[in-house]
Ligand binder design. Structure first.
Ligand code: ADP
Length: 369
């Protein structure tokens, strides 16, 4: 015979479950404000960040008044009342819960035990839902990249052929019409200039779709990588009298070397390029890390970007400025996004017009050290 009472045995069993279980008493079936906690297992107490003494026998309104202050909470509590009165089981599906200490997504079912009593099962699915969302986003991005690759592959050959003809014939005409009117010469130059630009765009698109295809991943020291990028950007940095510093610690990323070089090159050159006239660019590159990711930040004192453009600037050929003010093709950030997605990371930004921008890139540590 056990030395524990039956109640203790049941409590132990419920405490050992991996789902949250709570029992509620609804004394007045027409009024949800009097509902009391009868029992909460360990998981549920943990989710609420409460002790047994703080909860048992108390009214919900005393322990968690915030539950009555938003639509989601009110809906759940009213369902307790309804099930206590009408019986049966109600599956609420996913419920968002948040108070000062806890925020998350829970799967919630409510069962009638007997009239005036319900028991509730709660499973914290926050991490699962987050992982699901990330997977969906990744799938979406992969789908978009694949569609882009196919499009580029199909169109680039077909487009290049007539462009080469335009270029060839306009050069021929320029030579033939050597003595023609300056207006005609100018028009021919415009035609060949536009055709050349279009050819460059196509080449850029082809390069974008090829990223990561030919190279192999390797260990790369971030400090060295940034040093090399600065050497490549030497002319630009000197011309703009820019100061670019890496203030994070050196870590090794397991990634595609020339792609990561291109990533930092684009982000640093943008940070230097998009400044007001007369302002010397100051660019700070830093590193933070959480358990799973390296998170790089590239901050500048440039012209900044309005929030409404935060997503569009990552699209191919999207620019916010005229070429004569700031040169570029609008491909840089599309490259960055593709490179980061090749590394299963994320890229985003914070920015304020007239103050500056910070671009963030997270790269998972998996296979990195
Ligand atoms: P490009 O630099 O060739 O214009 P990007 O794809 O690199 O193309 O950038 C897209 C647009 O995003 C830029 O034209 C610019 O308007 C904006 N942008 C990018 N980086 C910055 C920055 N650091 N500060 C301000 N604007 C920026």
């Amino acid at each position: 015979m056990s030395v524990l009472s039956n109640i203790d045995l049941i409590t132990r069993t419920l405490d050992d479950l991996s789902v949250g279980v709570g029992i509620f008493h609804i004394p007045d079936l027409d009024n949800a404000r009097d509902i009391r906690y009868v029992f909460m297992n360990k998981v549920l107490l943990y989710e609420m960040r409460k002790s047994r003494d703080e909860v048992f026998g108390k009214k919900i309104i005393e322990v968690a008044p915030e539950a009555y202050e938003h639509e989601g909470g009110l809906m759940v509590i009213d369902t307790y009342r309804k099930v206590a009165s009408e019986g049966g089981v109600v599956n609420l599906g996913l419920v968002e819960y948040s108070n000062l200490e806890v925020a998350g997504t829970y799967e919630c079912t409510i069962h009638q035990l007997e009239k005036h009593y319900v028991y509730v099962q709660l499973r914290n699915v926050t991490r699962l839902e987050k992982a699901k969302l990330e997977l969906e986003e990744k799938y979406e991005l992969e789908k978009r990249n694949k569609a882009l690759e196919e499009f580029v592959h199909l169109t680039s050959h077909d487009l290049q052929e007539p462009l080469n003809s335009i270029l060839g014939f306009s050069n021929l005409l320029k030579k033939e019409l050597d003595t023609a009117e300056p207006n005609v010469q100018k028009s021919l130059e415009l035609i060949s200039g536009s055709a050349q630009r279009m050819k460059n765009y196509i080449i850029e698109l082809q390069e974008l779709s090829r990223l990561g295809r030919t190279s192999k991943k390797e260990y790369i020291s971030v400090e060295k990588l940034i040093k090399n990028v600065k050497v490549d950007l030497d002319d630009l940095l000197k011309n703009q009298q820019a100061k670019v510093s890496y203030v994070g610690k050196d870590v090794n990323i397991f990634g595609y070397k020339s792609e990561l070089h291109k990533l930092f090159q684009n982000l640093i050159s943008n940070a230097v390029k998009f400044t007001e006239d007369g302002v010397k660019p100051v660019v700070l590159i830093d590193l933070e890390e959480d358990a799973e990711n390296f998170i790089f930040s590239i901050s500048d004192n440039g012209i900044g970007i309005e929030e409404k453009h935060f997503e569009t600037i990552f699209k191919v050929f999207q620019r916010l400025h005229l070429k004569k003010h700031y040169p570029g093709t609008g491909m840089g950030l599309a490259y960055c996004q593709k490179i980061i997605s090749l590394h299963n990371g994320k890229i985003w930004l914070n920015s304020k017009r007239g103050v500056g921008s910070t671009f963030y890139c997270s790269i998972p540590k998996t296979s990195s050290n």
